[in-house]
Design a protein around this ligand. Structure first.
Ligand code: NAP
Length: 561
């Protein structure tokens, strides 16, 4: 690989392929598979030294998926489904990573992947209709299409506390956990953050550390995972009935099915006694958040219905945690609807606070001020810590795209056009960036839907789109500004019909200082999303401008606008 010449220009002749894929997590791998099937030439760039994306990076103790493993799987290959046997209801990170490696090996996908290579810029050339991508290792590659499978939660966020450079202990972030063994036994460990990562991680390490201090800014509603090995016959039954399951999931809001399912009635339809019985029953069954959050059909939209579930969870926390002051601190505020932050599930999180070696520190009333050489200081106390773990989350949905210097047509710079919040059409394309497709981009169902079903659907849509362009002599596809504005407004409208935007969550970017507060994922449900995508295609790619090499616009639906 030729090094970059002084001033950033490169001296090498760029390689040119049909499609460049950025990122080889779950969906980058599927994109590679699809492109191989179509005999299109590809290069994939991957920052890690292995495939797996989220499941490659997040290898902290206790990391596991909180969607049922049988549902959190690829659907495109019966062979993969038949030969892979999940062991547990909720799979661990190592098991999921093995699965993704298995898929990469099975389809020989690695030969197109450049590992340990991070894309730094992507620039569109209007004359050649090619994207030129550069990497931190000096690669320069060109392609007609880019598929940005850069991940929704792939840019770790660590608060900028002063003093970290002088800290004498070890520190880690859950999203960049080292590959080597981290020995926490007998150490005083502080964990900052009580999201899904913090909850899983603390529950796992509490029994081995000398002392665990959990620094909590916002209490979280967590419900029991009740993980267990899959029962005999359970996996075979799922495999045998996959087609039915797939259909049901496809016509659902979340791309996930739950057993038991929603009652499909309002929380107001039941008496308090009936509700309590139902809540207790579901708490006992446990599992993915929908088991409890979808008991009634108005929990996401009606504050009173939401309060009924939230009060039940608070009641459970008070029952589980021995110390009433600690229990109160662990109860989320009334102003935070359950489900408006991503709901975690746990394996004994609240019980953990009954251990003698675990303490909870409220850093909302007394925020962390700085890291000291031997620990950290809040505004009212100092804590001696051998290890600090940041479970402080990610710059979600836009972070990875904005980390790349992306420049499109007419000098469009992605950072500028998203300065007030992301704007996309379908979460797949952004105006000014022809032939650049995002997977799980902002404005797509992404994190609100089964990431496998949702991602596979988007890639299938993109493949069909590329085939359509090629078959009809088009060289470019680009969303119109109008269609993008309409879709972005629709994403907001749908979110505002729910309680989703109420909390200060990463869904609205509230976790990142200075990030515009915009609800980013599409909350209209999977069925509505894919039907809308289908309609757009049926209408000749309505809202997209398709152009030939002489730049003539021939998309009739755009011409009619
Ligand atoms: P997160 O949900 O964003 O949680 C970050 C935590 O760090 C929050 O408790 C946050 O407090 C706290 N925090 C941030 N800055 C802080 C500061 N300056 N001082 C004190 N506390 C601070 O991140 P995450 O737990 O990594 O999870 C992110 C998402 O990844 C999840 O919601 C989920 O979608 C996914 N995930 C999934 C799984 C799974 O499938 N099991 C596991 C892990 C993660 P505030 O709440 O006050 O901001």
């Amino acid at each position: 690989m030729a090094p970059a010449a002084e001033g950033g220009a490169t001296t090498q002749t760029p390689e040119t392929v049909d499609v460049i894929v950025v990122g080889t997590g779950m969906m980058g791998l599927y994109a590679l598979y699809c492109l191989r099937e179509r005999e299109m030439s590809t290069i994939a760039f991957e920052a890690g030294d292995g495939v797996g994306g989220t499941w490659y990076w997040n290898r902290y103790p206790g990391a596991r998926c909180d969607m049922e493993s049988v549902q959190y799987s690829y659907n495109f290959s019966k062979e993969v489904r038949d030969e892979w046997n999940w062991t547990h209801r909720y799979a661990t990170q190592p098991e999921i990573l093995s699965y993704l490696n298995h898929v990469a090996d099975r389809f020989d996908l690695r030969r197109d992947i450049r590992f340990e290579t991070r894309v730094t810029s992507a620039v569109f050339d209007e004359k050649t209709h090619l994207w030129t991508l550069e990497t931190d290792r000096g690669d320069v590659a060109r392609a007609r299409y880019c598929i940005m499978a850069t991940g929704s939660l792939s840019t770790p966020f660590r608060p900028d506390f002063p003093g970290i450079e002088d800290y004498q202990g070890e520190w880690y972030h859950g999203g960049t956990w080292p590959h080597h063994e981290v020995d926490l036994a007998g150490k005083r460990v502080g964990v900052i953050g009580t999201g899904s990562t913090g909850i899983q991680l603390t529950t796992e390490i509490a029994p081995v550390v000398k002392h665990l201090t959990v620094f909590q800014r916002t209490a979280n509603y967590s419900t029991p995972a009740r993980n267990r090995p899959l029962r005999e016959g359970e996996l075979d039954e799922f495999k045998a009935n996959h087609a039915e399951w797939f259909r049901e999931a496809t016509y659902s809001h979340t791309g996930i099915t739950s057993n038991p399912p929603s009652t499909n009635r309002s929380a107001h339809d039941d008496t308090p006694e009936e509700r309590q019985l139902l809540f207790e029953d579901r708490w006992g069954i446990g599992g993915q958040p929908q088991i409890i959050l979808a008991i009634y059909n108005d929990i996401n939209t009606d504050q009173e219905a939401n309060d009924m579930v939230a009060d039940f969870v608070r009641q459970k926390i008070r029952e589980i945690v021995d110390d009433p002051d600690v229990a109160e601190l662990l109860c989320p505020d009334k102003g935070q609807p359950i489900g408006s932050k991503r709901p975690p599930i746990d394996s004994g999180y609240f019980e953990m606070f009954n251990l003698d070696n675990v303490s909870l520190v409220d850093v909302r009333s007394a925020p962390i001020e700085r890291i000291t050489p031997t620990g950290l200081c809040t505004t009212d106390d100092e804590y001696e810590l051998d290890v600090i773990i940041f479970a402080t989350g990610f710059d979600a949905l836009t972070g990875a795209m904005l980390a790349i210097d992306i420049r499109g047509r007419d000098g469009v710079v992605l950072k500028d056009i998203w300065a007030e919040g992301p704007q996309t059409n379908l979460g797949i394309m952004a105006a000014g960036l022809p032939n650049m497709f995002m997977i799980h981009g902002p404005g797509s169902t992404s994190v609100k839907v089964n990431m496998f079903i949702g991602g596979e659907h988007q890639i299938d849509w993109i493949m069909e789109c590329i085939e359509h362009l090629d078959a009809n002599g088009f060289v470019c596809i680009e969303t119109t500004e109008e269609a993008q504005a309409d879709w972005t407004a629709h994403v907001q409208e749908v979110a505002n019909e729910s309680l989703q935007p109420v909390a200060d969550s990463w869904y609205v970017g509230a976790n990142i200082p200075g990030k515009p507060r915009v609800y980013m994922p599409y909350f209209g449900g999977f069925e509505r999303y894919w039907k809308h995508c289908d309609e757009i295609v049926a209408d000749g790619y309505r809202g997209f401008r398709l152009s030939r090499s002489d730049s003539s616009e021939t998309n009739p639906s755009v011409a009619a606008e």
